[in-house]
Every structure is written in C-alpha cells, then in structure tokens.
Design a protein around this ligand. Structure first.
Ligand code: CA2
Length: 145
C-alpha cells in the first residue's frame, strides 16, 4: 500500500465557498477534500488533507511529508507569492511536488504571476476551480508509487 498523497492548503482557503465565488468557485474546502479523497480512491491511493493559516505549520507538514507521504499537492495560497521559507522546505523533500491553484494566477494581478513554490514543483495545475485538485492528485499519483 502506497503512502498517502499529502494535500496541503494555505491561508484563507478555509473561507472557500463563502466569498468571491466568481474567482474561486462555490465549493467549500470540505467539498474539495471529498473530491480529492474520491479521486485518490479511484486511483488506489489515499490522501491526507490539511489547511493552515500559519506559515510555520505548513512548513512542519511539508517536513512531515518527507517521510510520511508518497507525493505532495500544495495550494500555498498567498504564501506561494511570498514565502522563501516554504520554498526551502519544499526543496528539501525528495517526493514529487505538484502546485495547485483554483484560479489562474497568471491571468490575474501582476503580484500573483510569480510563485516561489513553482521552483520546487514538478508541475502546476491552475485555473480549473476544484477540478484543479483532482487533476493535481492524478498528476501526483502518476509521478509516485
Ligand atoms: O487560486 C488559488 O488557489 C490561489 O492560491 C488562492 C489564493 C491566492 O492568493 C492565490 O494567488 C491563488 C487566495 C486564497 C484565499 O481564498 C479565499 C477563498 C474564498 C474567500 C476568501 C479567500
């Protein structure tokens, strides 16, 4: 049995489904969790799904994933654009990292065009709402055993 795919979510994603549905969709984070679990199960895999508003907590989970996960899907939210510390943690993992965004940051404000996380990611899925997560799980499963 493979180790789980860790799905980590950054700041403010706990508010998903409550505001800005035109950008982020109507699904709540619990809906996204259910989609990830179902997609992983269909691929014979499992997920550990977590969200934190705290940079250090996310870094602790990335470090945990080094030994406990087969692959890592991360929506770093705002920290993707700012956090060198998160990038450093991601660069220290040997498992595949897939970056995931609900919206398409490249089509939004200029400050969203760059993410540090991309420097440590095998690839990026963005712009498909909750479906981005399903595609990211698929990619992560395909890159890991
Ligand atoms: O599109 C994404 O998934 C983002 O990672 C979401 C981040 C944003 O800073 C990135 O540029 C792109 C924002 C997450 C905040 O999510 C909210 C959802 C609903 C209501 C309020 C915030």
């Amino acid at each position: 049995m493979s180790k789980p795919i860790y799905v980590l979510n950054g700041p403010n994603l706990n508010l998903l489904g409550t505001r800005e549905p035109e950008i982020y969709g109507k699904a709540t984070l619990d809906d996204v969790r259910a989609l990830c679990e179902a997609r992983a199960q269909s691929l014979g895999r499992s997920v550990v799904f977590r969200q934190s508003n705290h940079e250090g907590q996310l870094i602790d989970w990335v470090q945990e994933a080094r030994t406990e996960a087969s692959a890592l899907v991360i929506n770093p939210a705002g920290y993707g654009h700012t956090s060198i510390a998160l990038l450093d943690a991601l660069k220290a993992v040997d498992i595949p990292v897939v970056e995931c965004h609900l919206s398409n940051p490249a089509a939004r404000e200029a400050f969203r065009h760059h993410t540090y996380v991309s420097l440590a990611a095998a690839g990026l899925v963005s712009g498909f709402g909750a479906k981005s997560y399903e595609l990211a799980i698929e990619a992560a499963a395909g890159l890991s055993a």
